[in-house]
Ligand binder design. Structure first.
Ligand SMILES: [Zn+2]
Ligand SMILES: [Zn+2]
Length: 315
């Protein structure tokens, strides 16, 4: 097996390369704070803001549209395609998914994939970038663990070694190009809703409210949904499949997370294209991959089989 396949399956690529490639510089660190805390502050400000004035149907429709666009970019693109290789995508689809994922303002694709492969390689053990179980099991330790797994880890200064965890993406010129344009897509993901809101309502006020709801608030909500997979889905839920960590299926988040909260199956079988494998387990990301396959844009999709699921089932 090649190192790439190892990484996609969640195993640590060998080769003796160190975990980290250096420390984050101050400017990047400040930007991380701004882009995490400003959308979050917007979310809190949104509550009194919502009642009374400044929220209309145009904002709601734009927010939902951009939530799906950027959210599916992360789950189908960053996660299932780039991290785990659960299907192959034609070049235009691959680039589109990398751009859509960038619009979630989580990190450029190569950084995201490197962090996430490190998560699978060390899941819930030392070396996992965001396990809630690293501080102990007392209530206080778990509260600290929850915070760390949810968003505290993002403020860590250590940068995951991309040469070790994502050499395949570093060798992909399309991905590297999208990676370099991350700042542009971060700008676009906030400006586009404002432009659309302004044009639809033909007003500056409409542009502002769309910027607020479909830009800032949408980014903040999507951040927390994604982070909940790392925090909640490693703490609470059912574990019908055998995985060597604490990953769990947490049904209440299935729709909001585009199927990513069926996290126990995902850790039991990381390259599987569908996470919600049982009847009634909604998995929007898998449905979209299925549509891409029907259109001929996606091939070699790793769909679950009965035999494989039976093998993975926990006693
Ligand atoms: Zn996980
Ligand atoms: Zn994963």
């Amino acid at each position: 097996m090649t190192t790439t396949l190892d990484a996609k399956a969640g195993g640590a690529p060998k080769g003796g390369k160190p975990l980290f490639e250096g420390r984050r510089n101050l400017a990047t660190q400040i930007l991380v704070y701004i882009f995490i805390l400003v959308p979050f502050a917007a979310l809190i400000a949104a509550v009194p803001f919502a009642w009374g004035w400044g929220l209309g149907w145009v904002d709601v429709v734009l927010a939902v549209f951009f939530f799906y666009l950027s959210g599916l970019g992360v789950t189908v693109g960053y996660h299932r395609l780039f991290t785990h290789g659960s299907f192959k995508a034609k070049r235009p689809l691959k680039i589109a998914l990398a751009v859509m994922g960038s619009m979630a303002v989580q990190s450029p694709p190569v950084t995201w994939v490197a962090d996430h492969r490190r998560h699978h390689a060390f899941s819930d053990r030392e070396g996992d970038p965001h396990s809630p179980w690293l501080f102990g099991t007392s209530p206080l330790a778990l509260a600290k663990g929850f915070w760390h797994a949810h968003m505290g880890w993002i403020f860590d200064h250590d940068v995951t070694n991309k040469q070790r965890f994502a050499p395949d993406l570093l060798a992909d010129r399309d991905i590297v190009r999208v990676n370099k344009l991350f700042a542009v897509f971060t700008g676009l993901t906030l400006i586009l809703p404002a432009v659309l809101g302004g044009l639809i309502t033909w007003s500056w006020w409409g542009a502002f409210t769309a910027f607020f709801w479909a830009g800032l608030v949408r980014v903040a909500v999507l951040h927390h949904v994604t982070w909940s997979t790392n925090s909640i889905c490693h703490m609470i839920g059912e574990r019908p499949f055998a995985s060597r960590d604490k990953a769990a299926n947490f049904w209440p988040l299935a729709i909001l997370s585009f199927g990513e909260s069926w996290h126990n199956l995902h850790h039991a079988d990381p390259t599987c294209a569908r996470h919600g494998v049982k009847r009634g387990q909604v998995d929007t990301s898998a449905r979209l991959i299925w549509i891409f396959e029907k259109l001929g844009w996606a091939t070699d999709v790793r769909w679950p089989t009965e035999a494989r699921l039976a093998k993975l089932a926990a006693e």
